[in-house]
Ligand binder design. Structure first.
Ligand code: SF4
Length: 337
């Protein structure tokens, strides 16, 4: 049986960031007001371990900043605080997130010495014009080079991309997803743009200079991106910002924020797949859809939206959705129930 896994997030909001990207306010996103210091790292890991069930694989993750752009001495102090937990076996691994223009061989050698196993790279877009409009301060080539260095050095690589950034289009996002898939990461996170208070993007939106990326648009687009990544055998480990009290309480002023965003996007994808499958098989009054184990709720849609829309669209009187031997994200269909 696969052991349970748990991540203890340690937030270092904006630590190392050379400037603020237009969409980003890590204090609002994470709820952490100041970056963790080495003593906070020890406390947070200790508390996290105390709450963890025995037998669980526990990973510490430095999130919310540009870890490898922090002065080397500070990186070593933070990682050094986590290292004894790794050596004692209480932690199974360490991961961190950073920017593509802050990776080189020397940095990766440092991370290796401190037992880091996974590097998450915030690529966001592979279109130069989108990166510029979002004031990312790096190029698509930086992302390609960093991904290559990380993989060559033997780390696990997770790539993060965004949709709906300033200057972005659905075609650009599809292009970005295809380029990311070519880098063969171990997983990806997709974050549709959320308009967060106290960011330049919020001001741009209020001034009419940025058009909101709605939940509906983002879910349609992410359904396409899921096909690209999962079709390439790359797991999508996160879809949409993690819901927090801060974001749900008003910090997310607009854009593609929904606590169940991942499920909405997965449902859209199932709806499209169900339409194609029904059209190929020919609609009948009674039909059964087969989906992978654990996927009935996503295939049915929120408040049975998919089931009802499919019945209306194809004149189906009785539509059953059952679990069966199909791959996650796929659907097979047969007439009858
Ligand atoms: S997106 Fe990343 S690099 Fe940009 S400000 Fe936020 S944490 Fe820093």
């Amino acid at each position: 049986m696969t052991p349970k896994r748990r991540i203890i997030p340690i937030f270092v909001p904006h630590l190392g960031c050379p400037h603020a990207c237009v969409f980003c306010n890590q204090k609002r996103i994470s709820g952490a007001l100041s970056p963790a210091e080495p003593e906070d790292v020890i406390r947070q890991i200790t508390e996290g371990l105390e709450k963890t069930e025995k037998g669980t694989e526990v990973e510490a993750a430095f999130y919310g900043g540009s870890f490898t752009a922090i002065p080397p001495g500070e990186q070593e102090a933070l990682l050094g605080a986590a290292l004894p937990f790794l050596r004692s076996g209480e932690l199974s691994s360490i991961r961190l997130s950073t920017r593509p223009d802050c990776i080189d061989e020397e940095t990766l050698a440092r991370l290796k010495c401190f037992g880091v196993e996974t590097v998450e790279l915030g690529v966001q877009s592979m279109k130069k014009e989108v990166l510029e409009a979002s004031e990312r301060g790096h190029t698509p080539q930086d992302a390609e080079k960093a991904a290559r260095l990380i993989k060559d050095a033997g780390f696990k690589l997770i790539l993060q991309m965004m949709t709906g950034l300033p200057g972005d289009t659905p075609e650009f996002s599809v292009y970005t997803a295809e380029k990311l898939a070519e880098m063969k990461p171990d997983g990806v996170r997709i974050y549709p743009t959320v308009i967060i208070k106290d960011t330049p993007l919020y001001d741009m939106w209020r001034a009419g200079e940025y058009k909101e990326h709605t939940v509906e648009e983002a879910a349609e687009l992410c359904a396409r991106l899921l096909d690209i990544f999962e079709g390439a055998g790359i797991p999508v480990i996160r879809l949409g910002l993690n819901p927090t009290e801060e974001l749900s309480g008003g910090a997310a002023a607009g854009g593609a924020y929904h606590p169940a965003f991942g499920e909405i996007a997965a449902s859209k994808r199932y709806f499209k797949k169900a339409c194609s499958a029904i059209e190929r098989a020919g609609a009948a009054e009674k039909m059964t859809l087969i989906v992978a184990p654990g996927q009935i709720s996503a295939a049915t849609g929120q408040k049975r939206a998919n089931t009802e829309a499919l019945c209306r669209k194809y004149g189906i009187k009785r539509l059953k959705i059952k679990e069966g031997d199909v791959k996650k994200g796929e659907i097979s269909v047969f007439p009858g129930s």
